[in-house]
Design a protein around this ligand. Structure first.
Ligand code: ADP
Length: 743
């Protein structure tokens, strides 16, 4: 008899398997959410070894203060062979139950989650054995008949089913992309070839996505070995063609599990030898190894781990004793799936690779993985395919609108090459809509966008110019004169509004009846029809890095920082950076700032510092309130803090718009630009063209009609009516309860 599951009163959290950046953020979130639910929370050191050996200690919120920004795991992780044996697991059960713990959150890879599930299945029997051996009383066993298990995937490989992203993989991509960007400059100076080995035994995610984001010229992944017997020849032909057209760097990325069609491993050394022997290239091999695991977690990994940790505890308290669940993410949405199914599917995919059924392996990886592979093939070509004879050659214009957003160049590069590859002529329109009015338009060829993939800023130029009434006729004239069949606008609010204004005048000026596709590129993430806009992730990472430094600068204790971030009318950057840096209070334009809030916030700060808090952090979105400005809040806190703490303000400013795009922004820009060009071509070839804006919904590209733009926006401010990320506010509040002494 298992009895009715009761709500656990005590929960333990552990990290296991390979370490991954973000594990600390997950532990912090589990601990604080658990405490918030009134549970006793225990941390286990060194993964399952700590369970077997009883290295388990109760924690409070301050024990997980100051770890959010640290890579690795403060709890430690270890391989543990004893846990593979029943005897070891019985000891583990004993250590848990004697502390009254019957809920476990495991943060680890598929091995760890498999082991945890074995433990959970055996739990009732292990308890019976402990009772029989006289180690525990029957009543204790009866009170905890079931073990509630929730899994979070900590793995840099992004190799698990049940989640779009695993904890640590975004940070790993950051490390790889930083390394490759650095190599880019040295290699191009010498006309070298670089072969870079990245992690991923059964999963090509890191290799493929780093190839997309670094603009690699060839990639070798486990799921898709090169076709044909002589994989070397295809690679050499492609790289040689690149050299012929003047490419200065040849970059090959190899996943550690790469293989040929017969299943024989392909190593970075082998690739290097082939390039040296067959192409006479000056080749260098770089194996990134543990660099990929290291360093501070990216903004995304901190956010991801925080929301997953929170959701794991929700799962524990709402479905105690149920089937073990794996908590994951799809787009911005938290998902919960059967842990056993996810582990089984992950193993099944590894088996497909082992049995050389590569087609099924790629199918199992899913649409966006395959799509990225296809895109990469196009991007790496030295020349486009020849156009199909007799095909209508469209002329498609690309322009920006709004403030600069990192990733704009990435999107233009992909759009130009996808368009040319489909047999069309791509036109670059300089300086946004102003250039469209004046006719600052020129054809872009294949190599004109070479090396744009990771370049910050906007090579085509962007500004907030909005066409006035007198401009539309001139725009119509330019469109007619340049015979433009469709427009791709990559930009922010001003660009969307200008595109909508053109679209609205199509009945008066027939030349304006061309299809337009808008692609969201704005650090503010203030556009409708998309969970995320290109550029926001880079800005977020830039804020997080700066806030980390600002916090470190507080060597003297008793200081509170008031940091102002960008965002215009949208609080996305403020809330997300608050989550990612452990701010205790975030001021958003969506909520405004009220005098009563400030009074409470001051009181909380005073209580916190009186209770031993050493560092305070609040983040204010630039337009959170007209009256209660950053300097006002700074002065207020300073005055009220008296001798208890001093206050420093920091307005981060334009650094947030600059820098090279993050891997995530490059990947999203690539996906969205490729889909946008497909859509534009389809519409330009249609008799009744539709204009739209593209976006990500639940992580997938989706289109919305441009005509809906005004209805989807707030009427008086520049932000969408619906903003899913606002649902994260309760999580931010739990993470930063005033009673928690430190972030
Ligand atoms: P990862 O979680 O990163 O895949 P491992 O495969 O090394 O890492 O697993 C981590 C730990 O999980 C192992 O050291 C072992 O203690 C435990 N474990 C893995 N597989 C099992 C299993 N089938 N049964 C019991 N414990 C397991």
């Amino acid at each position: 008899m298992l009895g009715t599951p009761h709500r656990p009163t005590a929960l333990a959290v552990l990290t296991s398997g390979g370490d991954a950046a973000g594990m600390n953020a997950a532990v912090r979130a589990v601990v604080r959410s658990g405490l918030d639910k009134g549970l006793d929370v225990f941390a286990v050191n060194e993964g399952f070894r700590g369970l077997v050996e009883g290295s388990i200690h109760e924690v409070d919120s301050s024990d997980v203060g100051g770890i959010l920004h640290q890579g690795g795991t403060v709890l430690g992780t270890a391989r543990c062979d004893e846990f593979r044996e029943r005897d070891g697991r019985r000891r583990a059960a004993h250590h848990l139950i004697e502390r009254g713990i019957d809920a476990l959150v495991v943060i680890g890879g598929d091995g760890s989650l498999t082991g945890a599930n074995v433990f959970r299945e055996e739990w009732p029997e292990l308890l019976d054995e402990l009772v029989a051996a006289g180690s525990i009383d029957q009543s204790l066993a009866d009170a905890h008949r079931r073990l509630t298990l929730v899994g979070l995937v900590g793995s840099i490989d992004n190799d698990m089913f049940g989640t779009d992203m695993t904890i640590g993989s975004d940070t790993a991509l950051h490390r790889i992309t930083e390394a490759v960007d650095a190599i880019h400059s040295t290699a191009s100076s010498h006309q070298r070839a670089f072969v870079i080995e990245v992690m991923g035994r059964n999963c090509g995610y890191l290799a493929l996505m780093s190839a997309v984001s670094a603009g690699a010229n060839w990639v070798l992944i486990p799921e898709h070995p090169p076709a044909g017997g002589d994989w070397e020849e295809a690679m050499c032909d492609a790289l040689h063609a690149g050299r012929e057209i003047g490419r200065r760097l040849n970059l090959v990325i190899v996943a550690e599990g790469a293989r040929d069609r017969s299943g024989n491993p392909i190593t970075a050394e082998q690739v290097s030898n082939v390039l040296a022997d067959r192409l006479n290239e000056d080749v260098r091999v770089t194996s990134l190894g543990h660099v990929q695991r290291g360093g501070a977690p990216s903004a995304f990994d901190r956010y991801l781990s925080t929301v997953l940790g929170y959701a794991a505890v929700e799962q524990v308290v709402t479905a105690p004793g149920g089937d073990p669940q794996l908590i994951g993410i799809r787009g911005h949405q938290i998902t919960s799936s059967s842990l056993v199914d996810c582990v089984n599917k992950t193993h099944a995919l590894a088996d497909l690779i082992k049995s050389k059924d590569y087609e099924s392996a790629m199918d199992m990886r899913g649409g966006s993985f395959k799509e990225s592979f296809r895109m990469l093939r196009t991007m790496t070509r030295a020349h486009p395919h020849d156009p199909v004879p007799g095909q209508r050659r469209l002329r498609l214009g690309i322009l920006h609108g709004g403030g600069p957003a990192p990733g704009m160049n990435t999107a233009v590069r992909v759009a130009v090459r996808s368009g040319i590859e489909s047999g069309h002529t791509m036109l670059g329109i300089r300086n946004g809509f102003e250039g469209l009015v004046t006719g600052d338009i020129e054809e872009m060829d294949w190599m004109s966008v070479n090396a744009w993939v990771g370049r910050g800023g906007a090579e085509l130029g962007t500004n907030r110019f909005m066409p006035g009434e007198a401009d539309f006729e001139r725009i119509a004239d330019q469109i007619a004169a340049h015979k433009i069949d469709g427009l791709l606008m990559i930009g922010g609010w001003a660009g969307y509004q200008a595109a909508f204004d053109i679209h609205s005048r199509r009945d008066q000026l027939p030349a304006l009846a061309l299809p337009i596709v808008c692609l969201p590129a704005s650090i503010n993430n203030d556009l409708p029809g998309s969970e995320l806009s290109v550029g926001a992730d880079t800005a977020l990472n830039s804020i997080v890095k700066d806030v980390d430094k600002i916090k470190q600068s507080a060597v003297a204790s008793g200081r509170c920082f008031v940091v102002e971030v960008m965002g215009h009318d949208c609080g996305y950057l403020a809330l997300m950076s608050g989550l990612a840096t452990g701010a205790e209070r975030v001021y958003l334009p969506e909520e405004g700032i009220w005098l009563s809030d400030l009074t409470t916030d001051v009181a909380n700060l005073v209580t916190g510092f009186e209770g031993g808090k050493r560092l305070g952090l609040v983040i204010r979105s630039e337009r959170a309130d007209e009256v209660y400005t950053t300097s006002f809040i700074e002065a207020l806190f300073e005055r009220e803090g008296g001798d208890l703490f001093d206050v420093r303000g920091a307005i981060l400013g334009h650094v947030q718009q600059g820098g090279n795009p993050s891997p995530f922004d490059r990947i999203q820009a690539t996906r969205l630009a490729s889909k946008s060009v497909e859509e534009l071509i389809e519409q330009a070839e249609s008799d009744v063209p539709v204009s739209s804006f593209i976006g990500l919904k639940r992580g997938k590209p989706r289109l919305t009609r441009l005509a809906e733009f005004p209805d989807l926006m707030e009427s008086d401010v520049h932000r969408p009516r619906e903003q899913g990320w606002l649902d994260l506010r309760p999580i931010a509040k739990v993470m930063a309860r005033p009673s928690f002494p430190e972030s």
